[in-house]
Design a protein around this ligand. Structure first.
Ligand SMILES: *Cc1c(COP(=O)(O)O)cnc(C)c1O
Length: 409
């Protein structure tokens, strides 16, 4: 079971999928999701009680959630709607963790009614929660004051971040617990995304373990995520093996000193699904300007915003002409605003009508898509048990107008 599973999807098959389902098209390979999940399990062998919860904001298609449940995962959610999708996917409420930020006590009340586990990251909410539900034990999301992550928009554990309760405020947390009778059963942190420097993780973990030590009745430590995947052949990724060795040492030390074998939780999003996804687009036009050659495709930041939103790098391949001579292209979308998928990329010769494959399209791609420019959202296909399944229909005009109410003028 623990041997590396070789997942590979060949170019011909992807081209066939675009003929069958049209473009633009998202394709997710469940083999790769399983491989990543197993990699993580394997890295943490030796931890008796390990929970891997999929952070589903990365990709909320119901079928992706069902697949993660099938292979043994739990769920990490950030909104009441994600909880509802999780329940619909069949997750037991106790396998769902809700880690909201900036939501109202009303939404948190709903989460209590649904029976999920909750992490709170705000003293005001903690106090209100304690008054209302003192018998509902919760976790604390701590801010470890660490600057980590691949881009400022995804660094969430530093001192100026809106996330978490500062570890300097733990005396206040204790007072709230004393005053309300509320119990804390675990500690959580999530320092950011795309973290490649392990030292950032380690210093944050140390702060978390030290803080948790001062609270009785801890059942779990949740170390969040931030695991980086590589976006190109040269790109760094989180060294899971070095990371896990160090975590195991720190965690075992904690359990020994604390005097209890608590559960260790991770909540990866990107690590589990990023590489499983392929975004297939068709080249509408080639446009030679005085300075560059543009390949204009039938998509834009309405479908995949990461390159424009936080300079994310997505590898782009011409799967219609893989053996063609390499040339330099700037791959752009059709949105009436700059929307560059890839600047000055070396790609095998592109002709109008070719299919380009944008890699790492499983995480934060479809889930961040929109209808900007009144375009339809793409379809999604899942490869499961060696077969392809349509898991989301392409939108139509009906979808664009569904909630519009036309008034008489
Ligand atoms: C987004 C998020 C994650 C997942 O982050 P990745 O970088 O995708 O692994 C985990 N935990 C929380 C609380 C999050 O908000």
């Amino acid at each position: 079971m623990m041997n590396a599973i070789e997942c590979s999807i060949n170019e011909k098959y992807l081209i066939q999928l675009t003929e069958k389902y049209g473009t633009p098209l998202y394709v997710y390979d469940t083999c790769k999701i399983k491989e990543q999940y197993r990699k993580m399990q394997k890295a943490f062998i030796g931890i008796n009680k390990l929970e891997i919860n999929y952070a589903c904001k990365a990709n909320t298609n119901l079928n992706i959630l069902k697949f993660l449940k099938k292979i043994g995962g739990g769920l990490d959610t950030v909104s009441i709607q994600e909880i509802e999708i999780g329940l619909k996917a069949g997750f037991h409420p106790k396998k769902i963790i809700f880690t909201p930020n900036g939501v109202s006590i009303k939404e948190i009340r709903k989460a209590v009614e649904l029976g999920v586990r909750i992490n709170l990251d705000n003293l005001s909410i903690l106090e209100q929660f304690g008054e209302l539900f003192k018998h509902y034990a919760i976790g604390i999301r701590m801010n470890p004051h660490i600057m980590a992550g691949g881009h400022s928009k995804i660094s969430v554990g530093h001192v100026d971040s809106k996330f978490g309760i500062s570890y300097y405020q733990m005396p206040h947390v204790k007072r709230i617990l004393k005053n309300t009778g509320l119990k804390i059963d675990g500690f959580h942190m999530h320092a950011g995304s795309d973290i490649s420097d392990l030292h950032h993780f380690f210093s944050a973990y140390d702060v978390l373990f030290q803080t948790a030590m001062h609270f009785p009745n801890i059942d779990y430590i949740n170390l969040g995520s931030g695991f980086k995947v590589s976006y190109s052949k040269e790109d760094l990724k989180t060294n899971l093996i070095s990371l896990s060795h160090c975590i195991k040492d720190k965690f075992h030390d904690f359990c020994n000193t604390y005097g209890k074998n608590v559960t260790l939780i991770f909540e990866p999003g990107k690590f589990l699904v990023s590489e499983s996804g392929f975004f297939l687009v068709k080249v509408n036009v080639i446009k030679q300007t005085t300075s560059t050659v543009f390949a204009g495709v039938d998509s834009g930041f309405n479908h995949l915003i990461r390159p424009m939103f936080y300079n994310a790098y997505h590898y782009i391949e011409n799967i219609s002409n893989p053996k063609g001579p390499f040339r330099f292209y700037t791959v752009v979308g059709y949105i009436c605003e700059s929307d560059t998928f890839g600047l000055n990329r070396k790609i095998s010769e592109i002709r109008e009508g070719d299919i380009l494959c944008i890699k790492n399209a499983g995480a934060y791609c479809f889930s961040m898509s929109s209808n900007y420019n009144s375009r339809y959202k793409p379809s999604e296909v899942m490869i499961f048990n060696g077969k392809d399944f349509l898991i989301r229909k392409r939108e139509t005009m009906k979808d664009l107008l569904r909630n519009v109410i036309e008034i008489k003028m």
